[in-house]
Design a protein around this ligand. Structure first.
Ligand SMILES: C[S@@+](CC[C@H](N)C(=O)[O-])C[C@H]1O[C@@H](n2cnc3c(N)ncnc32)[C@H](O)[C@@H]1O
Length: 255
C-alpha cells in the first residue's frame, strides 16, 4: 500500500496515497513536504542501488598517482597535445573539453577524492579514453611532472578563494603554483584562469605580471572562454548573472 510523505496527515496536494481521513482537526499543512520514504516491508519497492559508494571508501577508490616522476607521455595515451586541469571539481569542463577537443589528451587533478573517483567513472562511461584523472594535491604533483615544456594548456577554473586566513596555505597562487606551471608549459602554451571574485582575479594578474615565464594580453582579461566547454561553477555564475573574470596568459619563450 502506498504511503504518504511523513508529515502529511491528510489527502494533500502532491501526496499520491490514501492518507488518514482528514479527521485530524485539519491541523496539517496544505502541501505535503518532501520527506524520504523508507521501505517498511519486503513487498515495498526497494530503493535503487547506490551508484556511488560510501564516502569513506573514496580514499581507496580514487585514482592515485604513482610515486616518483610522473612521465606524462607514459600516463596518457599516445599522440595529441597535452592539457592539464587543476581542481576540476565535478568535472563538467574536463568532460566537455575532452569531447570538444578529441585530439587532445587531458590530465585532471582534484584534491577531493570523491570527485576524482566520480569523474573518472563518468569519463570511462563516456568512452573518453584520452582523459586521466588523479585524486591528489596539484601542488605536490606539478613539480614531479615531465617532460619540461610538455603541456600545451593549463586550466584553473574558479580556484577556491580561501577567505579564511587559516586556509591561506592551501591557496593556489604565487610562485609556488606558477613556477611549476611555467616549467610544464611549452613556449606559447596557455594558462587559462577564471573566477567570479574580482579581488582574486587581480591577485592572479599581479602574480603573472611579476612572473618572467608569462605574458598577458593588453587589458588583462578576455571576454569569453574559448575552449568549447564550461566548468560547473562557470555555468552557475553565468546563470546567476555574476561577472566572470577570465585570464589567458601565455608562456614566454625564455626558460
Ligand atoms: C571552487 S571549486 C571549482 C571547481 C571547478 N573547477 C569548477 O569551476 O566548477 C575549486 C576546486 O579546486 C579544488 N582544489 C583546491 N585546491 C586544490 C589543490 N591543491 N589541488 C587540486 N585541487 C584543488 C577543490 O577541491 C575544488 O574542487
Amino acid at each position: 500500500m502506498p504511503r504518504h510523505a511523513i508529515g502529511c496527515f491528510g489527502q494533500q496536494l502532491g501526496c499520491d496515497a490514501s492518507c488518514e481521513p482528514a479527521g485530524r482537526k485539519q491541523l496539517h499543512k496544505r502541501v505535503c513536504w518532501p520527506m524520504p520514504r523508507l521501505p517498511m516491508t519486503k513487498s515495498d519497492p526497494q530503493p535503487a542501488p547506490r551508484e556511488e559508494p560510501d564516502p569513506r571508501r573514496y580514499v581507496a577508490l580514487a585514482p592515485a598517482p604513482p610515486e616518483g616522476p610522473l612521465e606524462l607521455e607514459q600516463l596518457l595515451p599516445a599522440g595529441g597535445e597535452i592539457e592539464l586541469e587543476i581542481g576540476f571539481g565535478r568535472g563538467q569542463f574536463l568532460l566537455q573539453r575532452a569531447q570538444a577537443a578529441p585530439g587532445s589528451r587531458i590530465l585532471g587533478i582534484e584534491i577531493k577524492r570523491k570527485w576524482a573517483y566520480v569523474v573518472e567513472q563518468r569519463a570511462k562511461r563516456m568512452g573518453l579514453d584520452q582523459v586521466r584523472v588523479f585524486g591528489a594535491d596539484a601542488r605536490e604533483l606539478l613539480p614531479r611532472m615531465l617532460p619540461v615544456g610538455g603541456v600545451t594548456r593549463v586550466f584553473m577554473h574558479f580556484p577556491d578563494p580561501w577567505w579564511k586566513a587559516r586556509h591561506a596555505k592551501r591557496r593556489l597562487r604565487g610562485p609556488e603554483t606558477f613556477d611549476p606551471v611555467a616549467r610544464l608549459l611549452r613556449a606559447g602554451g596557455e594558462l587559462f584562469i577564471q573566477t567570479d571574485v574580482e579581488e582574486r582575479a587581480q591577485t592572479f594578474i599581479e602574480d603573472l605580471r611579476e612572473h618572467p615565464g608569462f605574458e598577458l594580453p593588453a587589458g588583462d582579461y578576455i571576454a569569453d572562454n574559448p575552449y568549447g566547454a564550461q566548468s560547473n561553477r562557470e555555468t552557475r555564475a553565468i546563470a546567476d548573472g555574476l561577472p566572470v573574470f577570465r585570464i589567458l596568459a601565455r608562456r614566454t619563450p625564455e626558460r
